[in-house]
Design a protein around this ligand. Sequence first.
Ligand code: SF4
Ligand code: SF4
Length: 204
Amino acid sequence: MQLIEELRLQAQARGAAFCRVADLTALPRRQARGYRRGVVLGFALGDAQDFAEGELRADRAADAIEVWLRAQHYDALSQSERSMAQHAMFDAETRSSLLPHKTLAVLAGLGWIGRNNLLVTESLGCRLTLSTVLTNAPLPADHARESPNRCGSCMVCVRACPVGALSGQTWAQGKRREDIVDVEACRLCLRCMQVCPINPKKLP
Ligand code: SF4
Ligand code: SF4
């Protein structure tokens, strides 16, 4: 069995709804930390499911995939919360990382960043949690074309935000996060995630 197939089985066994591979070779070396590939794991989030619990599950899966890749003799680095703290990859004050999961997901062609500053995918909308693993394993990258932004004229999430933290701007390469969301004002209530009309009525 090819490495990519084994990887997908490993991800599936840990509950991932999808497992994609982003090509990091065009990114600045400092941002990619010398890694050539980014494995993106996505986990469906049910309405009643606690987001924090979903994030924990995604983080655990990324740590397990790192261990598995290392056992196959490939360098790998999980971008779980634990690992990012350990490797000084996350700035707690600005709540930002050098290489966000969302950036990797867009590079892997999974979807677009909505006006709510969340990844929006065709299959799960924005009801998902992500985790990522950087690696030099010889995995074929998903060379999907960049997904078009389908927010269109929708402003549902912007209007739903109880503190007016969303500016209404849409994401584009090079745009600063601050132009889209006021992180200091955001209460992490996830209302902007719940109301997105692209979310499926039922999870697949
Ligand atoms: S999580 Fe809540 S407070 Fe933050 S941007 Fe979304 S709706 Fe607004
Ligand atoms: S609610 Fe509308 S504007 Fe917000 S992310 Fe979803 S589609 Fe885009």
